[in-house]
Design a protein around this ligand. Structure first.
Ligand SMILES: NC(=O)c1ccc[n+]([C@@H]2O[C@H](COP(=O)([O-])OP(=O)(O)OC[C@H]3O[C@@H](n4cnc5c(N)ncnc54)[C@H](OP(=O)(O)O)[C@@H]3O)[C@@H](O)[C@H]2O)c1
Length: 372
């Protein structure tokens, strides 16, 4: 069997601005149960940069090990089987899941069922199982050529938004009159704002949903119609500090946190820390008055599964997902990035916050000459 040329987009772990493309080959001869997947496309958002930011603490570098002192940032996407040495996995099958920023991934297939399989490669066995499951897209009607890019972009983020929305509702929104979301243009924030707007309308709730964003993204956030009000980061002093606030922070910007904590003071009744998009400004001179509460999605997911049962949880999230998909399609344009050079440019732009939130970025390292 002919050898297959492959490549990995690796980054230096201690300075992930430095990238190195590593070329390699697969011999075509696989061990029992091994399957070689050709990664057709993957999404890329700031969430993937955050995987790099917290890679050491959260073990993200351990999923796809590469040359010493380098790592591969995980992404979500779709791949096709090109060689299979497992009796229940066929060449041509297409799987959605957690992939490296690479052209190929070699997996050791375990627990094959109609819905998909688990990668049981040794170094992944101790890592959270949610990342090791690959969905057979033929068996899941939500995957169509029209929806699969949106699924790669939004599905990994949506679960967290769904859990935050459920948590806020359970806490009766902490009896606040203001819910403020930072990095309001980010895709996770968009999904949360959309879910909250649905809930507000359905239950005639009367808090104000406020999106805090950069000046250049105000117009985009405003036209989403999910936020009641949009403000820029430099207008924190204009907030009504006599009212009670919930803050959901996707930005991680130290100065924004400091200003919100100091200005809202005791009226900041729940400070929920979710994201770190502004990774170059996570620290600052002024110590923060308080820490806030990190939102750890897996803990909340476990709680919901216990409360609603596994199928109840899936059903609720499935309904919310379909509602979101219906409305988000008209707000986003897909932008394709083909090959290493285009990926390098996207990666550098994303690191530097040069992102136009109206685009959903999809990368392919295999389709060199063909648009997706
Ligand atoms: N804890 C969890 O379980 C969990 C789950 C999902 C996502 N998250 C986190 O939520 C965050 C949002 O992820 P996403 O994929 O939704 O982001 P995204 O859509 O790529 O966000 C883009 C927006 O983030 C801001 N931004 C991005 N890069 C920046 C930079 N370098 N400097 C300053 N601002 C920057 C800008 O928004 P503004 O102009 O509006 O500030 C930009 O429009 C990530 O940190 C992600 O890891 C956490």
């Amino acid at each position: 069997m002919a050898t297959i040329n492959a490549l990995d987009f690796t980054v230096k772990i201690d300075d992930f601005r430095r990238v190195k493309v590593v070329e390699k080959t697969y011999s075509g001869k696989l061990l029992p149960n091994q399957v070689l997947l050709e990664i057709d496309q993957f999404s890329f958002t700031s969430n993937n940069i955050t995987y790099g930011v917290v890679g050491k603490q959260m073990n993200y570098w351990k999923f796809f090990p590469t040359q010493s002192s380098y790592g591969i940032i995980p992404v979500w996407g779709l791949a096709n089987v090109v060689i299979s040495n497992h009796p229940d996995v066929q060449v041509g099958q297409r799987f959605y899941g957690y992939y490296p920023m690479s052209s190929h991934l070699l997996v050791t297939v375990n627990n094959v069922g109609s819905k998909g399989f688990v990668d049981n490669t040794k170094h992944r066995q101790a890592l959270p199982s949610i990342y090791n499951f690959y969905v057979n897209t033929e068996q899941d009607p939500t995957f169509t050529p029209e929806t699969e890019k949106l699924i790669s972009i939004f599905r990994p983020l949506f679960v967290t938004s769904f859990l935050i929305d459920a948590h806020l509702a359970e806490q009766n929104f902490y009896k606040t009159s203001q819910i403020l979301i930072t990095s309001a243009s980010s895709k996770t924030a968009q999904a949360l704002a959309c879910l909250l707007a649905f809930r507000k309308k359905k239950n005639a709730l009367n808090w104000n949903l406020l999106g805090l964003t950069s000046k250049r993204n105000m117009e985009f956030v405003g036209q989403l119609e999910w936020y009641d009000q949009v403000m820029s980061y430099d207008s924190i002093a204009q907030l009504n500090s006599n009212e009670k606030f919930v803050v959901i922070d996707f930005s991680g910007n130290h100065n924004t946190q400091f200003q919100l904590q100091r200005f809202l003071n005791k009226n900041l009744v729940y400070n929920c820390l979710v994201g770190l998009v502004d990774w170059q400004n996570l620290e600052g001179e002024n110590p923060l008055p308080e820490k806030g509460e990190f939102f750890f999605a897996p803990t909340h997911a476990e709680k919901r599964r216990e409360e609603w049962g596994v199928s109840g949880f899936q059903q609720k999230i499935g309904i919310a997902w379909l509602q979101f998909m219906e409305v988000v399609q008209s707000t986003i344009s897909i932008k394709e990035h083909i090959g290493v050079q285009e990926l390098e440019k996207l990666y550098s732009d994303m690191l530097n916050g040069k992102i136009d939130p109206k685009y959903g970025n999809i990368v392919s390292l295999n389709r060199m000459n063909k648009r997706l």
